[in-house]
Design a protein. Sequence first.
Length: 214
Amino acid sequence: MGEVTEPSDVVEDDPRSREILGQGYEGAAVFARMLAAEGELRGLIGPRELPRLWRRHVVNSAAVAPYLPESGSVIDVGSGAGLPGIVLALMRPDLQIHLVEPMQRRVAWLTEVGERLELGNVVVHGERAEDLHGELVAEAVTARAVAALDKLARWTMPMVRMGGALLAMKGQRAAEEVTQAGTVLRGFGVTSVTVHDVDLYDDGDLTRVVEVRR
């Protein structure tokens, strides 16, 4: 990966972070430093997010990892800065990760990150999710801070293989969004919806992962 010259103080080198990220830790550290150095300038993250970049954004992306398929492929919709798609690709090099992002400046960033981190399991798609319906399907589709669940389901469920799942990272209103999306989800033949409360650092800071299976 070459010598890292980006800011290093953004990364927490502690046993828990290493445990959460597993084999993806070293790559995630490089990724975090790249985001700290260029993310604000390139419109990928806001200045207020820099002090909490590591835990709230990079490591937080791992919250969805336990619900990924054992094999196959994953589509990350609205990848933006690469959260959670890049982190998941680092943690699970056995999975093919498709990053779907329509904004070209973000596509350029994701491509640079993939090359820098030598991620041979990543494919970047510079298109909207809706434009890939009928072309791209996977065992799982992930999304973080993209849209309300009803709208997100319309964009993503056609990309979920039968027996697979949409894994949407949500906040405190996760259960409310599930209720509001009920009609849309039933229309896609959803068999179950589970809201998982994930506390990565055992500090009470919960991330909700909504697992929508079809």
